[in-house]
Unconditional design. Structure first.
Length: 163
């Protein structure tokens, strides 16, 4: 099976399992990749990323699924979340590190098709290499990004905040 098909199959099965566990959606959700509405942000991470909400609302209680496209050489500084983070790498490569300081020697590489869960309240960072990456996050809202170092929080320069 080709890697892209395997990623799509895995993602679909994971979303189905979460939907069943959460009681299901009121109506079918079927999104063609060409119709995804991308926007800049989210504002909770440094500028340069683009995101699309596929299901739910990360700001509210309940399940959500979003995709985030990161440019090359992008870094989300050391942070944590109020709820577990579930990520599927759809394209590209990300490097994820855990701990109290960014240390590239302690990173794990995740390529297309990879899946990882970062449990609450584990401090971690995420970065891309020279190719950028496309990730899909599924979780329970409200979604938060809590930076270890307040000066890393990009919301300080934004008038509004969103997950």
């Amino acid at each position: 099976m080709k890697p892209r098909r395997a990623v799509l199959l895995f993602t679909s099965l994971a979303m189905l399992a979460l939907r069943v566990a959460s009681g299901g959606a009121d109506a079918p959700i079927q999104i063609d990749p060409d119709s995804i509405a991308w926007k800049d942000g989210p504002l909770t991470i440094p500028p340069g990323a683009r995101s699309a909400i596929l299901e739910g609302d990360p700001k509210r209680d309940g399940i959500f699924t979003m995709r985030v496209s990161f440019p090359p050489n992008y870094l989300i500084p050391l942070h944590s979340h109020a709820r577990d983070e579930r990520i599927t790498v759809l394209d590209g490569t990300v490097f994820v590190g855990m701990g109290d300081a960014v240390d590239r020697t302690k990173e794990t590489r995740f390529g297309a098709g990879a899946f990882y869960v970062t449990p609450t309240p584990l401090r971690h960072w995420v970065r891309t290499g020279e190719e950028g990456a496309l990730l899909q996050a599924t979780g329970l809202g409200p979604w938060t990004v809590d930076y270890v170092h307040p000066e890393d929080d990009p919301r300080k320069s934004n008038k509004e905040s969103e997950p």
